[in-house]
Design a protein around this ligand. Structure first.
Ligand code: NAD
Length: 510
């Protein structure tokens, strides 16, 4: 590499550019490509973000590779201390990060704080790393021979994250990766990149050595550079299904271990004996929180015919009480991430009409507490959606709740199980037997029983089934520790003269 790191001096003209973070410093890199970062509530471009070249990514990977041996050999106690310090700092400065999230993503400040709280859970889990990465020991497996295992870091790991959780998804991965002794190159979404840099700087403040956590920004060029880099040993990806599939096939073909979490279309089944007020609250909260831009959002409600009219009326009434607007103004729901995405989501209302669905609440002209140019789309409710319609089949990723009417439990279960996605699902019922059948029979990775967004706590692992996760590596929890460590089995015998002599046969026990 002839290129050297060039630390960017903050000058007035450059304050609006989000730089890479490599080896503990801001780096402009050698690419002249960049992208816009909007404030979605204002509808204006507020910053530019650098798009890394392949060489820029290589700089970050080389920094991570240089930092690896010393970090790997840093004692567990010292690595833990960094995570404890990071936890304290993040807790104390949640408001600062939440403001960044609201400004670049648009989610309302209370929701941004909630995202950080769920990320903090994983930081706390990372502090508990020693208990999850202990080896096993078998004494005297053969006369005078012991076998034991250790879990060691894999090396330089790559993390690629989506726009909808700019803090939480990076926090799903890098605390566990770093606590277990790996070094990291993180490529956050180019749509809201500042949170990742903020977190990396906070890790430095917490005592993390330079080069252990690096952040590069960009698009497919940066992602491909990570997928093909021979030094990068693993890839952790969260994003849409087509990209997750691409990441999985490309990175595994390059010999890397991969976590690849994809998109979703989450169903909520409402049985006639459910508490309809609880179910309606849940549908509205899980459908419109974060403007529906959550991988665990409820986007299709399967309502049994006998209660469907009453249920739809309850949902519509609750929707009329939601306040839409700038996330800094105490609203319930903010804007969508970009104008293009807003228009794409709004386009599903035309599809709904063409396909014969009933638009009960049309969010295209919402009353907004915010600037007129923001990327607004109000909460939208579509009833009697045919299952052949793209409104039902596609992951819309916006504030559109579809109601599909079903005959009963079996009909609802069949629909959920025939979906290509299997991230999250929920059943609302007061019948324990039905709930128990559902938990056993549904082909979805995360199931809620009278709980609409069943995101597991940090000490259980997160991951869907079918096209919502490629491979079998889930995020965080025990599976997360497994992913970021490799097991080594050691068979040892200390000198015992009685075991000398030649024997070319396969080792056996005595
Ligand atoms: P996305 O797939 O467009 O982007 C995710 C990441 O991949 C970004 O860093 C992006 O820069 C990169 N990327 C985009 N296009 C690429 C390409 N052609 N080649 C290589 N890299 C590329 O996803 P998004 O729009 O940022 O996020 C929303 C999606 O993420 C939704 O589908 C949502 O369901 C999913 N998601 C899933 C989970 C989960 O846990 N399963 C969690 C959050 C979000």
């Amino acid at each position: 590499m002839s290129q050297t790191l060039t630390e960017t001096q903050p000058r007035a003209a450059e304050t609006a550019t989000v730089e890479h973070w490599i080896d503990g410093a801001s780096v402009a890199g050698d690419s002249d490509r960049s992208g816009p970062v909007y404030n979605p509530a204002l509808g204006v471009e507020q910053k530019r973000v650098r798009f890394a070249s392949t060489e820029d990514v290589d700089l970050a990977v080389q920094a991570a590779a240089r930092a690896f041996p010393a970090w790997r050999d840093t004692s567990i106690a010292k690595r833990q201390q960094v995570m404890f310090a990071f936890r304290e700092l993040l807790n104390a400065r949640t408001g600062e990060l939440a403001a960044i999230l609201t400004s670049e993503h648009g989610k309302v400040t209370s929701d941004a704080a909630g995202e950080i709280a769920r990320g903090l859970e994983v930081v706390e889990l990372a502090c508990a790393m020693p208990g999850y990465t202990k080896g096993e020991y078998s004494e005297n497996v053969s006369t005078g021979i012991d076998v034991y295992t250790t879990r060691q870091p894999v090396g330089v790991v790559g993390i690629i994250s989506p726009f909808n959780f700019p803090a939480m998804v990076p926090l799903w991965f890098f605390p566990l990766a770093i606590a277990t002794g790996n070094t990291v190159v993180l490529k956050p979404s180019e749509k809201d990149p500042s949170a990742a840099v903020w977190l990396a700087k906070l890790m430095q403040e917490a005592g993390l050595p330079d080069g252990v956590l690096n952040v590069v920004h960009g698009d497919k060029v940066a992602v491909d550079a990570l997928l093909h880099h021979p030094i990068v040993r693993s890839i952790s990806f969260v994003g849409s299904t087509p990209i997750a599939q691409y990441i999985y096939s490309t990175a595994t073909a390059n010999g890397k271990r991969v976590q690849a979490l994809g998109g979703a279309k989450n169903h909520m089944l409402v049985l006639p004996d459910a508490d309809l007020d609880l179910a309606a609250d849940a549908a509205v909260n899980a459908g419109f929180g974060s403007a529906g831009e959550r991988c665990m959002a409820i986007s299709a409600v399967l309502a049994v015919d006998s209660i469907a009219d009453e249920f739809v009326a309850k949902v519509a009434e609750r929707m009329s009480r939601l306040k839409i607007g700038d996330g800094t103004r105490g609203c319930d729901m903010g804007p969508l991430i970009t104008r293009e995405h807003r228009d794409k989501v709004a386009g599903y209302l035309d599809v709904a009409a063409t396909d014969g669905a009933a638009v009960v609440v049309d969010g295209r002209d919402p009353e907004v507490d915010g600037e007129p140019d923001g990327f607004w789309l109000g909460p939208t409710l579509v009833d009697k959606v045919p299952t052949s319609s793209a409104v039902y089949r596609d992951e819309i990723f916006g504030p559109v709740l579809s109601v599909v009417r079903v005959d009963g439990y079996e009909d609802g279960l069949d629909l959920i199980n025939s979906s290509r996605y299997g991230n999250g699902t929920a059943i609302f019922t007061n019948d324990g037997g039905a709930a128990r059948r559902f938990q056993r029979e549904v082909t979805v990775g995360m199931v809620g029983i009278n709980v609409p967004i069943p995101v597991p706590v940090a000490y259980h692992s997160f991951g869907g089934w079918k096209d919502s996760l490629f491979g079998d590596a889930k995020a965080y929890g025990p599976r997360g520790f497994d992913f970021f460590t490799q097991e080594k089995a050691i068979t040892s015998r200390w000198l015992d003269p009685s075991h000398g002599g030649l024997n070319l046969g396969f080792p056996q026990h005595d």
